[in-house]
Design a protein around this ligand. Structure first.
Ligand SMILES: Nc1nc2c(c(=O)[nH]1)N[C@H]1C(S)=C(S)[C@@H](COP(=O)(O)OP(=O)(O)OC[C@H]3O[C@@H](n4cnc5c(=O)[nH]c(N)nc54)[C@H](O)[C@@H]3O)O[C@H]1N2
Ligand SMILES: Nc1nc2c(c(=O)[nH]1)N[C@H]1C(S)=C(S)[C@@H](COP(=O)(O)OP(=O)(O)OC[C@H]3O[C@@H](n4cnc5c(=O)[nH]c(N)nc54)[C@H](O)[C@@H]3O)O[C@H]1N2
Ligand SMILES: [Mo]
Length: 843
């Protein structure tokens, strides 16, 4: 691949370089970025064609955008269908029947606002604003807006992804990396340079280790998977660590087919090989690191043979992959969600960071970069609480009225809030506000339990572009949300900073920005000074609250006019730690307690987490619960993404369903044959905790003892009213997932590994929707503790639930900290460690 050749080949004039809006025949064309709805983790450059009726008629990738170079995924290419789909919510709705009956009356926005304001103010007065639970989902373009609204208009500290136990997405990698090296890290595939692969300072990685991540389907966390393919065309080799064979795995130098949930052991063994075969970067370690000797000691005895047993990967492959990674001139690790959907979440993160550290692949061209969101607009990955005025932020640490969260993560603990709903202790939540979340279908672990819990909360608001199973089951008011092409907004997730420009509209749908502005003004005018969405966007870019603001110079209009993006030179610089660019005091080094890259981590230690890489055997596995194997012989993992869907979204779109009509469970052909299952058969997947139904997909690229299930299915074409709820429980693997099961520090969840059996579905079998909505599900929940088999639940109740206790203990420590220090997650602990740690002198 010759990128310069590509750049030279683009007819810039034909693509209206320098313009952001122009006429083309009967269309008005807008150069902008797509950033939800529909959901995605990325903001790709697009050209939107709007017809004379103001309707989105066509979409094209923008070849002048260095981010995606004109490429778009199939979901973006299908945007016209998503935006104009007749199922979209057109007007605000008020529930007219009972919850779950799917009967609604159309109301005006003013009626909706009046009802909400009256309800919120009554709850604030009678119960306290902390009894409002605010729920939002993954990093769509809501991350900064919604926490701001929740904390400064609703005035609740209780913002979380309800039901998503153990903060089991991305946050563990964020905070783990921040503890180890002071910043988040991402694989360098030139994405920080406006000139991309042609930038003279860039060097493509010799090796990319793709670990627990499927970048081509997920494009997760601000990273476009196709960038890896471009590097491969320039010679990059791949190491794939995945229980399934993926497209990248099929082209990899090494494919380590790891047993789900055992990556901690694999990482430790790779460290053992690299260290004991002396493939480390002594210069980097001696000059810039802390705690290397402890790392050397901690991995002794845990070699590739040890890990081979645990992980089910040949020892020679573990050694070979470690050697390939460590001896490359530059190599990077591209990690994914599997890291935190196992109990060792922070331990695996530590192991991966240490591999980068021992080989000196930190902030070097083609290694792992120290990265911030462009211009410091976001201190974190778009959760935006940094933007929240401090007097409101303080509440986040203590979570008023006794429900505590850990100081590791700034959002509220969903387990703690579930405990509150189930027990009424220490308070009974009065309102649940769901904006960009559909917990019954996707984000709620133990979906039947979430169903029961949400029905206990007296009032429920849902704001979404589509009617969802969760809205039908629980909502009292439903607000129609505008799509990406119908909003003015700005966003960063790493670099560049991007703008989103409004160019169409749909019935009465309003953007998230408009909804929170309208309601913010009505609920708390003194906190909501912005005239309109553009002013709000400018505030975000330049940040009126932070001391000195951000480093962004300009405003929404300027960003829009310059083509919708701006790269931050800080991110594009290599070896920032050598140049005094990382620490607030301007000294060289890392922004950690010791100023160094920490193999022995003060942050981890402060959190009460093992400061060295660790492995925890999954709680339900052939090793932990071997007695169950006779009845539940499969290790079930889940969640691998598909091109067609973003979580529970896109199920309405005929085009997507044509490609991917049904939920698929991947089974090895020989295993399927043993159970009389053929490709395309409906199959029950069952654990001791529940069951769901998916269609068999026979595939030899998975081991015979492992199955992989898809998440977030519902069927908009099926009956909305209960018991069906669009069939959302019928195929939901979260019927089997557990709350209250987390790893050290209350972080990580076990959902990538549990034991299951499979058997054919027979016509007439009872469907889970019926079981859950009519018979109370399978749960035998002891409020506030992990369900599962009754015996273990009772034991846990007697012992006091360990995950909850860990969070409460961490919160107790957090309370001792000074509020003014607590300006971001992860850092909290580091600041604390800086002040309190003994023995820093030897650093
Ligand atoms: N199209 C699409 N894109 C998405 C999403 C979506 O729903 N659809 N969701 C977004 C979100 S919020 C996230 S967090 C990301 C997630 O995206 P990724 O980070 O890619 O994570 P997963 O899709 O869970 O799984 C990646 C790989 O992990 C493998 N795997 C399963 N168990 C294990 C294990 O125990 N160890 C290892 N090493 N590998 C394992 C799976 O086989 C899969 O190939 O994607 C984002 N992007
Ligand atoms: N078993 C299993 N369960 C999983 C996972 C897994 O791998 N396995 N993945 C988990 C992960 S990593 C995550 S992050 C969670 C994700 O969970 P969520 O991010 O909560 O995703 P959804 O539940 O699909 O809900 C998103 C809703 O937001 C709406 N929406 C989309 N864009 C916007 C917007 O801009 N504004 C508003 N107001 N609404 C919008 C959509 O229409 C949809 O109804 O799910 C988790 N669930
Ligand atoms: Mo996620």
């Amino acid at each position: 691949m010759d990128y310069q050749e590509f750049l030279d080949s683009v007819d810039r004039e034909a693509y209206h370089e320098g313009e952001w809006r122009w006429r083309e025949g009967e269309y008005t064309v807008t150069r902008t970025n797509h950033w939800s709805p529909p959901g995605c983790h990325n903001g790709c450059g697009v050209l939107l064609y709007v017809d004379q009726e103001g309707r989105l008629a066509r979409i094209e990738g923008d070849p002048l955008s260095p981010f995606n170079n004109g490429k778009l995924c199939m979901r973006c290419l299908d945007m016209v269908e998503a935006v104009n789909h007749p199922d979209r919510l057109k007007y605000p709705l008020r529930r007219a029947g009972k919850r779950g009956e799917n009967r609604w009356e159309r109301i005006t926005w003013d009626e909706a606002y009046d009802e909400i304001v009256e309800r919120v103010n009554t709850v604030k007065r009678d119960f306290g604003s902390h009894t409002i639970l605010f729920v939002h989902g993954t990093g769509r373009n809501i991350g900064w807006q919604l926490p701001l609204f929740a904390s400064t208009a609703l005035e609740t500290p209780n913002v979380c992804n309800f039901g998503f136990t153990g903060f089991a997405c991305y946050l563990p990698r964020m905070i783990g990396a921040s503890a180890k090296m002071g910043e988040m890290t991402i694989a360098d595939v030139s994405e920080t340079h406006e000139m991309r692969y042609a930038d003279p300072s860039f060097r493509r990685p010799d090796v990319i280790m793709v670990w627990g991540n499927e970048p081509l389907k997920a494009n997760a966390d601000g990273f476009l998977g196709h960038w890896i393919v471009e590097c491969m065309q320039m010679g990059t080799q791949i190491i794939s660590i995945d229980p399934r064979l993926t497209w990248l795995g099929a082209k990899a130098a090494y494919w380590l087919q790891v047993r789900p949930g055992t990556d901690g052991a694999l990482g430790i063994a790779m460290l053992n090989t690299v260290i004991n075969e002396d493939m480390v970067d002594h210069k980097f370690i001696d000059s810039w690191c802390y705690g290397y000797q402890q790392l050397v000691e901690s991995v002794q005895g845990k070699d590739a043979d040890w890990a081979a047993e645990i992980c089910g990967v040949p020892a020679d492959d573990i050694r070979g992959a470690a050697r390939l990674y460590a001896t490359a001139e530059s190599a990077s690790i591209q990690w994914g969600l599997a890291f935190e959907q196992q109990l060792s979440a922070l331990g695996v993160t530590a192991a991966a960071c240490d591999l980068m550290g021992v080989t000196g692949n930190i902030d070097n061209p083609g290694g792992n970069l120290l990265i911030k969101c462009a211009f410091d607009i976001e201190k974190r990955y778009g959760l935006g609480d940094f933007k929240i005025p401090r007097e409101n932020y303080a509440g986040k640490l203590t979570l008023s009225a006794g429900i505590e969260s850990s100081d590791i993560v700034a959002c509220a603990s969903s387990d703690a809030l579930l405990h509150a709903v189930e027990t009424g202790e220490p308070f009974m939540p009065q309102i649940i506000w769901l904006q960009s979340a559909n917990p019954l279908s996707c984000s709620g672990m133990d979906a039947p339990r979430m169903y029961e819990a949400m029905n206990k909360i007296p009032y429920c608001v849902v704001a979404d572009p589509y009617m969802t199973p969760t809205a039908v089951a629980h909502a009292d008011i439903v607000l129609p949300v505008a799509m990406s092409c119908e909003r003015n907004s700005v966003r960063t997730w790493w670099t560049p900073a991007r703008s989103i420009s409004k160019c169409a509209s749909y019935y009465e749908a309003k953007s998230d920005e408009q909804i929170i502005l309208d309601l913010g003004r009505r609920l708390k005018p003194e906190n909501w000074p912005w005239k309109d969405d553009k002013e709000l966007a400018t505030w975000y870019l330049t940040d009126q609250y932070a001391e000195g603001g951000t480093r962004y110079e300009g405003d929404f209009e300027e960003l829009q006019e310059r083509g919708g993006y701006k790269y931050d030179p800080w991110d594009a610089e290599y070896y920032k730690y050598q140049k005094g660019m990382c620490r607030p005091d301007g000294q060289p080094g890392f922004d950690t307690a010791t100023g160094r890259f920490e193999f022995w981590s003060w942050g981890y230690n402060h959190w009460g987490v093992d400061p060295m890489p660790y492995h925890i055997e999954p709680k339900d596995s052939p090793v932990s619960t071997s007695e169950k194997l006779a009845e539940y012989p499969f290790i079930a993992t889940s969640g691998g993404r598909s091109y067609e869907f973003f979580h529970s979204e896109h199920r309405q779109l005929e085009t997507m369903r044509e490609f991917h009509p049904w939920p698929l469970v991947t089974i090895h052909p020989e295993a399927a044959a043993e159970y009389g299952i053929e490709d395309g058969d409906w199959v029950w997947i069952e654990t001791t905790h529940g069951r769901c139904r998916q269609k068999a997909f026979l595939f030899p690229g998975i081991k015979k003892d492992t199955i992989h299930m898809e998440h977030a299915w519902w069927f908009p074409e099926q009956e909305a009213a209960e018991p069906s709820l669009y069939g959302t429980f019928d195929s939901n693997i979260n019927n089997m997932a557990l709350n209250f099961e987390t790893g050290q520090g209350g972080i990580g969840s076990g959902i990538k590994s549990f034991l299951a059996k499979i058997y054919p579905y027979v016509e007439g079998d009872q469907m889970p929707g019926e079981k859950v909505t009519r018979e109370g599900g399978w749960g035998d929940y002891l409020p506030g503790v992990m369900a599962g088999d009754k015996e273990s639940a009772e034991r846990q109740a007697a012992e006091g639930n360990s995950a909850l206790l860990a969070q409460i203990e961490a919160a107790r420590r957090a309370k001792e900290m000074k509020v003014e220090d607590a300006d971001m997650q992860g850092r909290n602990a580091l600041i604390y460690a800086k002040e309190h740690a003994d023995g820093l002198q030897d650093a």
